[in-house]
Ligand binder design. Structure first.
Ligand code: NAD
Length: 441
């Protein structure tokens, strides 16, 4: 059992902290957000992740995990301090490392015994060398602090499962002691561990995420061509998926990738390449395809309708994917402002994301139109002139084709997630447009 501190209680930090406690370590989670800390202490998760709250309550009760804003007490005698703070994108595409730098300084000013600092946040290659030097520069006490890289691969929506059953754990270290300690910390998880250098570990994270982003953009590119030549992207993907060299995952065409990772990690790697005098053409292309893809359906609908002005527009799904309340880089955030600007009266449904979305687009008038949040899909569809599907929530998938026909004023549906069979929508009398498949008229 080790004494572990975790800096940052977002999707990465909180899930890591809770899972470390679950396997028996003594954990203190640190965040600067007092409100968040208070609610976590009471056993409530500030983020929506399946199974997280149950594990929090179990480990809170067992006394294996605590939450605090007092970083000094958490860091001072920890064996290992994991950093999971954000590294958001800056306007030039580079990663903002100011949160990491703040934590590094707080660690340097707090530790009273030797410890290992483990960076889980996604950071540009070479950052951890700098973090180690930065900590050394600011150390107050005569202790040894090493930095290791341990990039995170969880996917939001299945974060707890992904952590407890990770396909691999990547550790990047520069000394045998650091490698040994990380191996021991992860031993109770009984998962495959890949041990590499610090810089390779940092690169593995970007190379993996950007490869998946490439896969999505490639399928979206092919989907757009399918529409032009009369092929069906779902049949094409199915045919491709049997080839083990390709694999069956991440072949779904749609309205583009969002979330807190793929958009920023593609831009960050492209930026790193540029800084090193190299043009990363593949990743650049993936970014370009994705940017176009996000408003693809809006553009299609704009061509089909004379105007959105005064139309009731149903929007089903606001989060960037199901199973999360995260809106970062969600397609809805691109499309809703365009619709509002064009005078649409939006009725939006999302089972968990509406509250966060309302912080960006408060209920009421917006642009030349308005937005209303509904807790019932039928209210969104009733009398609607057009419907956009942005997230494939189970609740949305459960709406039958007949419902669109029965409830909408004009059964006109633009589906960014290809959740319906084209023939079923056709049979129900719905005008249905999706991605990379034929439309029904
Ligand atoms: P997040 O924005 O959800 O959470 C970051 C947390 O850090 C916030 O609660 C914030 O209050 C806190 N914080 C900021 N400064 C702090 C400080 N000085 N001390 C303590 N807490 C502080 O971030 P996230 O989505 O969990 O991502 C964290 C990192 O992990 C990023 O680099 C991201 O790219 C990477 N990552 C994210 C995912 C994901 O699915 N979200 C997956 C893999 C990797």
């Amino acid at each position: 059992m080790y004494k572990i501190a975790v800096a940052g209680t977002g999707y990465v930090g909180l899930v890591a902290g809770v899972c470390f406690a679950e396997v028996g370590h003594q954990v203190t989670c640190v965040d600067i957000d007092k409100k968040k800390v208070e609610i976590m202490k009471s056993g409530i998760s500030p983020i929506y992740e399946e199974g997280l709250e149950e594990l929090m309550q179990k480990n809170n009760a067992a006394g294996r995990i605590d939450y605090t804003t007092d970083y000094q007490s958490a860091y001072k005698d920890a064996d290992a301090i994991f950093i999971g703070v954000g590294t958001p994108e800056q306007p030039d595409g580079s990663a903002n490392l100011s949160f990491i730098a703040t934590v590094a300084r707080q660690i340097a000013e707090s530790v009273v015994k030797d410890c290992l600092v483990v960076v889980k946040s996604t950071v540009p290659v070479g950052t951890n060398d700098k973090v180690e030097q930065f900590i050394k520069d600011f150390l107050i006490n005569d202790v040894k602090v090493e930095v290791a890289s341990n990039p995170e691969f969880l996917a939001q929506g299945s974060a707890v499962h992904d952590t407890l059953h990770a396909e691999r754990i990547i550790i990047g270290t520069e000394s045998k002691q650091a490698e040994h300690l990380l191996m021991k910390i992860y031993e109770p998880f009984h998962l495959p561990i890949v041990s590499v250098s610090r810089r390779s570990a940092e690169m593995i994270k970007y190379a993996s995420n950007d490869f998946l982003a490439l896969k999505i953009s490639y399928m979206n590119d092919i989907a757009n061509l399918c529409e032009l030549v009369g092929a069906d992207i779902q049949d094409v993907a199915k045919g491709m998926s049997f080839d083990e060299r390709i694999g069956s995952k991440f072949l779904n065409a749609g309205i583009g990738f969002g979330g807190s990772c793929f958009p920023k990690d593609t831009k960050a790697l492209e930026y790193i390449a540029r800084q090193n005098g190299y043009e990363l053409k593949t990743v650049k292309a993936a970014i370009g395809v994705n940017n176009e893809q996000k408003t693809m359906l809006y553009k299609k609908a704009s061509k089909r309708l004379i105007t959105f002005n005064g139309l009731k527009v149903a929007v089903l799904g606001l989060t960037f994917k199901p199973g999360t309340d995260d809106l970062r880089e969600a397609a809805s955030l691109e499309n809703v402002p365009l619709l509002l600007e064009q005078g649409a009266n939006i009725f939006a449904y999302d089972p968990v994301g509406a509250e966060n979305f309302a912080k960006v687009h408060p209920e009421g008038r917006g642009g030349r139109g308005s937005i209303t949040y509904v807790s019932n899909i039928e209210h969104a569809l009733e009398g609607a002139n057009v419907c956009f599907i942005f997230t494939e929530w189970g609740e949305v998938k459960a709406v039958t084709p007949e419902k669109y026909k029965a409830l909408m004023r004009t059964p006109l549906v633009y589906d960014g997630r290809n959740i319906y069979r084209v023939d079923k929508m056709q049979e129900a009398g719905v005008e249905y447009h999706s991605i990379g498949r034929k439309s029904t008229i």
